[in-house]
Design a protein around this ligand. Sequence first.
Ligand code: ARG
Length: 488
Amino acid sequence: MNILRRGRLSVEPDEDIANFTSSMEADKRIFNADIEVDRAHVIMLKEQGIISAHNCSAILSALEKIKKEGISALDTSYEDVHIALEARLIGLVGEDTGGRMHSARSRNDEVAACIRLTLRGELIDLMEEVHDLVATLLGKASEHYETLMPGYTHTQHAQPTTLAHHFLAHANAYLRDIERLRGAYERTNQNPLGAAAFASTGFPINRERTTELLGFDSALPNSMDAVSARDFMIESLGCYACLMTNLSRFAEELILWSSSEFEFIELDDRYASTSSIMPQKKNPDIAELTRAKTGTVDGALMAVLTICKALPYSYNRDLQEATPHLWRATDATRAAVRMAEGMVRTAKIKKENMESASDKGFMTATELADTIVRVTGIPFRTAHHIVGACAKAGTTPTLQDMDEFSLGILHERLSDRGLSEENIREALDPMGNIRRRNVRGGPAPEETGRQAAAMKKKLADTGKEIGQIRKKLGEASEKLEKVYHQYS
Ligand code: ARG
């Protein structure tokens, strides 16, 4: 007989209804967390004198057995892992003992705790994966401070830059993604236990103790909020969506750069597929899927937002429907980050092609206009007009061309205002353009070197912080393990 339904309900749901209701499949993801939550809760109950030492010990030993058996040994006719686990516990130690575990709690605070515990682990792992991606980008950038490449706006040749500048641009975005994830972690790692259904409990519980044993940073201050809130989930999904959008832009570039039109890089064979009909094809499928998974993650975010929209407080079963979207998006995001890291690490850079492409499209036009301004003192807008007219004519401008256009526009020769052939030659040198852009944030090799060094320091701090979080969680789990051995 179903331990949950036997009191209030008299008819069992048919298979179709049971399947509709069950979260057992998604609960595989929180099985281990559920065992931890049960342990911490039972230890706290014993310490508060709510259950006896004898019952505590019997429950803890049975939980160990259930953990070893795994979720697949549980009775899947139950609607979720929490009640199936309790049923198994009662099967092992009898109701007089096992039936005491659920004192002072509800599945509402229990499931929230399980999701938060599991998600925090995913967030740390993801932060570390993004950290590794940034480290790889910094390493690659350091080989290409002087590698000229076209910089684009509107996918049109715009101004020369370097591959280092381009890689560092992406790396900056991922550093911000790590910061965002860190914020999401902070708001995820909070203890809802003790909230019970929503109104807390009349038992003399100790929420600080479960907080400590489970490595939460603090207990959520309001019990109704504790079971109702899923904004930690939405925030994490928001971070994923942002990260994936950043990644998709990089993936798109890797795809473009691999094409015959660009030929800037060749992805490693591991990160390529071929065609079933066209024997010559080497396709950037991994980058394409990275781009596509952004849609999967955005969909998950939208699903959870919509599930939670206008949901009255406190717990509603709707919330169960949100959780699988979180895990699907978590998996997609973490994998995409690892793929991006691997693609960058192993790609062959076709430096010569990037350099030769930098000669096309008159990308030095801005510098030429700037040079005219600096040398002749005419307004930038007028120089822009003159150089634009030269560009329209389609030839690489000489001093004579410039004078002709300026006569028409300015009624003056630029050479009479001091512009020389030498000035023009210098302005038209792409590497000269780069070296001149030695201001904060610019592509000059010295400056990108400085940027990379600053980012490396930031990354090292991030790495340290991830280490500290892991250490704190490790200590909590050791403490829980120790108390568990003491009491079981
Ligand atoms: N499986 C449920 C979920 O994921 C657990 C909580 C069920 N609580 C309840 N009152 N029905 O949300």
